[in-house]
Design a protein around this ligand. Structure first.
Ligand code: NAP
Length: 372
């Protein structure tokens, strides 16, 4: 299968290439790598010879390929997808960005949750296959079993999202901020007699110092947090918050839609989005029944006992980063109503939230003999 890859050196693209190498996918794929910035440079190493980087704005070169995979971002997709289709290109377009997600003729990719819908779309000739928002995908991987049983009336998701969710440059800057703060505090940290308030004062002053690196993130994140992700929408929502209801319902094929909302916050983790969920259920069910339904969401969903030690050891970005596991814990009935269920979930947004559904879309096309 000849496949063009755009955006392969960013966060999502790097994880996609690593997963394809881990799974031995390259043996069945003849890749052409594109770039928006480094045309003519050597292609990345994938264990087979590849031509130098092609120009990601060269429509002639792109249109020669039966499958394109983009992890480049919405701007590139908006620039290129329409013109390619307008000139009659009928290839499969697999995209990580949000640009095409809500188009009627695009299917969202999260096959452990909506595999039958993806199959039906491909049967119907759908050509645009789009990864869903990372937070939405991780929530559905975590508690999809409750939706599948029709038990969910509404959801609130309070998120704790990693810096790498914003991109490679932002994640690098978070680590640079950590170093900068560490260096500011180093003389006091090295002095066992220095008091904690003096260390805090030194670090807090550096957070507000114009020399503290903020070019990519716009604000201090290490030692702080960012309570707004993406553009403003109507009614005070951020676009990241708006995506939960729009994409979650599209992905699940729910009509009437289930209300989904919350507050999305960027935190100082490098990788993994965590979410504190409140689920309004339409019945009062025993906790063990609800836990079993959650565990049944996908083969990767892991229920963590609601006790301190397992929660602290297994339900954190430190524990889950780099793994396909979707950890769900802190599951308990809330005091507000016996039909209100609380849960905390952590998943690697670069895997199930981004690269893995795209990688599996290539497998699905290949098994169907599409994209040849
Ligand atoms: P990213 O890391 O910013 O990479 C996107 C492109 O930026 C790269 O392909 C590269 O293009 C260029 N770039 C500029 N500086 C770079 C640097 N220092 N290191 C690497 N690449 C750099 O973006 P991303 O996070 O992978 O996101 C790609 C798309 O996936 C976006 O639409 C995003 O919304 C979506 N998405 C992201 C996540 C996530 O967790 N990050 C999750 C789900 C969906 P050239 O090589 O052409 O210069």
């Amino acid at each position: 299968m000849r496949v063009g890859f755009v955006g392969w050196r960013g966060m999502v693209g790097s994880v996609l290439r690593a997963r394809m190498t881990e799974e031995g996918d390259w043996s069945a794929i003849d890749p052409v790598f594109f770039s928006t910035s480094q045309v003519g440079a050597p292609a990345p190493e994938v264990g087979r010879p590849c031509p130098p980087l092609a120009d990601a704005h060269d429509l002639d070169a792109l249109a020669q390929l039966p499958v394109l995979v983009s992890c480049q971002g919405s701007d590139w997709t908006r620039q290129v997808h329409g013109p390619l289709r307008a000139r009659g290109w009928r290839g499969h377009f697999i995209d990580a960005s949000s640009a095409l997600r809500l188009k009627d003729d695009a299917v969202l990719l999260l096959d452990p949750i909506n595999g039958p819908a993806i199959d039906a779309a491909l049967d119907a000739g759908t050509l645009d296959l789009v990864g869903a928002n990372c937070t939405v995908s991780l929530m559905l991987m975590a508690v999809g079993g409750l939706f599948a049983r029709g038990w969910v009336s509404w959801v609130s998701a309070m998120t704790y999202q990693a810096a790498s969710g914003a991109g490679a440059a932002q994640m690098r800057e978070l680590v640079a901020q950590m170093r900068d703060l560490g260096e500011a505090a180093a003389p006091l940290l090295d002095d066992p007699a220095a008091d904690a308030l003096a260390i805090e004062g030194r670090v807090s002053a550096r957070l507000r110092d114009p020399r503290h690196p903020t070019a990519a993130l716009g604000h201090p994140l290490a030692g702080s947090l960012l309570p707004w992700i993406d553009a403003p929408m109507a009614d005070g929502q951020s676009r990241e918050e708006w995506k939960a209801m729009a994409e979650g319902n599209k992905l699940l094929g729910l009509n009437p839609p289930v209300p989904m909302d919350g507050l999305c916050v960027r935190t100082g983790s490098l990788r993994c989005h965590a979410q504190g969920l409140t689920l309004g259920l339409n019945r009062d069910l025993p906790l063990d029944v609800l836990e079993a339904a959650i565990a049944d969401s996908t083969p990767w969903t892991r229920v963590i006992p609601n006790q301190p030690e397992p929660s602290l050891r297994q339900l954190s970005p430190a524990a889950v980063s780099g793994s396909l596991d979707i950890a769900v814990g802190r599951i308990r009935k809330l005091k507000t109503d016996p039909r209100h269920l609380g849960a905390f979930t952590v998943g690697d947004q670069l895997l199930w939230g981004a690269a893995e559904p795209l990688r599996r879309a290539l497998q699905i096309l290949r098994k169907r003999g599409l994209g040849a």
